[in-house]
Design a binder for this molecule. Structure first.
Ligand code: FES
Length: 570
């Protein structure tokens, strides 16, 4: 076996002595040289509560690695807590990916187990592993237990949006709302709706990066620990067989991920993450592929936010493989997994145990559930909408724009009784793109004006260059590219302009003549809200981040750095 780590341990010289001696600390000397050195890239952090239990999971991975003859080495990597990080965790996804990539490259590592959960952590880890291109396998940390509040199921995120709108509408007291928190967050694990964390854990398995059958196992479940131990054994085998990201992932893997995204009713954030991961692998993938492959795929999974149930229910109903079996006719049967077998080969044994949760393709929750990609003079490079989360009659709509230059402008004016807005208006929020915020926050599902909520309005067309929480719902056009901060047409919209949304025709337009648009200057208010950072990661990010339509990665991180570092450590 030709091991990368033998460049450190196998030379028999003074350098090998130094590398080995400092690492031993009670470990037998035969652990170094000729045995796979396996990193466990661990995003456990007290500030990422969704991943805090990964310390426990790591122990099971270690057991499996030892069992198979490898040497486990826990490697803490940057962790991104979705609910805590300012200005948005997305600003740090590329930093976490870059730091992980560099740590894997710099150290004597032959393979890696990636422990991720909370929204950005699995995407960042997969981007890193793809760029280093060493054998890599994900253990998704799993969703938390379901919550109930006053007899009703309470889903993470989705019900925060629902209950907070009820408070604003006056149908729920602030005290009742505040007291629901401990009913919502009951255990270790990530959000239990089909939000971004659930989506990316499941899609990591569809891509082929997870031991088949493991993704979606609840965080508290003993079977997650068993799967972690089996993954520890597996990664050693992957090193022995030289199964790397470049040999496992294919265009077919991403095709399957897009089909699954639709069937699951997954998060819109998956678009930006899959584009970024594909970019690291130099596999051609565009926003148009999401529409072409996924838009006609039926919604099969009855989970919030598109449905009513939670991740626990999906797991007991048969889990991901049972869902994939229902859309097997749409999948690429050749796509591989970390085990060396095709994903397709795991589907025969899958069974559905509850048709309330996992529907058939003949009787889906929704016939065409995929993400629609829109173009038009408001989004020349594209925008997306999730029709499954939208109000059907609003998918074709013409309304007057009510424009906000920033999240601060929005917060200051949305509940102003004098705001000239009605149910047919189109709320437009700019300054939320990758550069403009910076980091592209989940601000697109803007809260509705209080006075309209009081009238019973529960959805309006909204347009934004930011993202939307995977747990959110509404008729929201998001990821508008190019963003307003780089002079996209969104920067030229004025309150009172007519905006036309036509999802069946895949259009989002502003009814303003081209000549008039060319005469207009970008909004001064938006420019004033955009303060370009002068130092640190934010400066690097601003100078190099790409637009949402290609995955918002840094331009110099596209592709692979590889695992070769020729110079010794001196
Ligand atoms: Fe961590 Fe939702 S906040 S997954």
């Amino acid at each position: 076996m030709n091991l990368r780590s033998d460049q450190w341990y196998g030379t028999g010289d003074r350098n090998a002595y130094i590398h080995r001696a400092w690492m031993r600390r009670g470990v037998p000397s035969d652990a170094f040289g000729g045995r796979p050195q396996i990193a466990i890239a661990n995003t456990a952090s007290d500030l990422t509560p969704c991943n805090a239990h990964h310390r426990d999971i790591a122990q099971f991975v270690k057991n499996g690695i030892w069992e198979a003859g490898g040497v486990p080495l826990e490697l803490p990597v940057p962790s991104l807590g979705e609910t805590q990080m300012r200005p948005t965790a997305m600003l740090w996804r590329n930093m976490a990916a870059m730091a992980t990539e560099e740590m894997l490259r710099a150290n004597p590592i032959d393979g890696v187990v990636l422990l991720g959960g909370c929204d950005k952590t699995i995407p960042a880890l997969l981007m890193a592993a793809a760029s280093v291109n060493i054998p890599a396998v994900v253990v998704p940390g799993g969703p938390m237990q379901s919550g109930t509040f006053r007899g009703r199921t309470l889903g993470c995120g989705t019900d925060v949006w629902r209950l907070s709108e009820e408070v604003r509408a006056g149908t729920l007291s602030e005290e009742e709302f505040q007291s629901s928190d401990s009913s919502m967050i009951r255990s270790a694990g990530h959000c239990n709706t089909m939000g971004t964390a659930s989506t990316m854990g499941l899609l990591a398995e569809v891509l082929g990066a997870v031991l088949p059958g493991l993704a979606g196992t609840p965080a508290a479940d003993a079977r997650l620990r068993e799967g972690a131990q089996l993954t520890g054994r597996l990664v050693v085998e992957m090193v022995q067989d030289d199964r790397r990201p470049s040999t496992l992932f294919s265009a077919g893997s991403f095709h399957n991920a897009i089909v699954a995204l639709s069937a699951l009713g997954g998060s819109t954030n998956a678009v930006i993450h899959l584009l970024a991961i594909a970019g690291r692998l130099e596999i051609p993938l565009s926003m148009a592929d999401f529409d072409r492959i996924g838009s006609a795929v039926p919604l099969l999974v009855n989970l919030q936010p598109a449905g009513t149930h939670l991740m626990d229910d999906l797991y007991r109903a048969g889990g991901l493989l049972s869902v994939l079996k229902e859309v097997r006719y749409l999948l690429d049967p050749e796509a591989l997994t970390v085990t060396g077998r095709t994903l397709d080969s795991y589907l025969d044994a899958a069974e559905v145990w509850d048709r309330e949760i996992i529907r058939t393709a003949d009787e889906p929750l929704l016939q065409e559930a995929g993400i629609a990609v829109l173009h038009g003079n408001l989004a020349p490079s594209g925008a997306i909408i999730k029709p499954a989360a939208a109000t059907p009659h609003l998918l074709t709509h013409r309304g007057r724009a009510v424009v906000f230059d920033s999240v601060e402008d929005f917060a200051a004016r949305i509940d102003d009784p004098a705001l000239d807005v009605d149910a047919d208006s189109v709320l437009v929020l700019r300054g939320c793109g990758p550069k403009g915020y910076p980091g592209m926050p989940e601000a697109s599902n803007m809260p509705l004006p209080k006075k309209l909520l009081a009238q019973g309005v529960r959805d309006m067309v909204r347009v934004c260059d930011g993202r939307m929480s995977g747990t959110a719902y509404g008729t929201v056009v998001l990821h508008v590219s190019p963003e307003s901060a780089v002079g996209g047409p969104l920067s030229l919209v004025r309150t009172g302009d007519w905006i036309v949304l036509d999802v069946p025709a895949r259009r989002i337009d502003i009814e303003v003549a081209d000549e008039e648009l060319q005469r207009r200057q970008p909004s001064a208010g938006a420019a004033a809200a955009y303060a370009k950072p002068t130092r640190g990661w934010e400066r690097l990010y601003i100078d190099h981040v790409q637009q949402a339509d290609t995955g918002a990665d840094l331009d110099f991180l596209i592709g692979s750095s590889g695992s070769v570092v020729a110079r010794e450590s001196h």
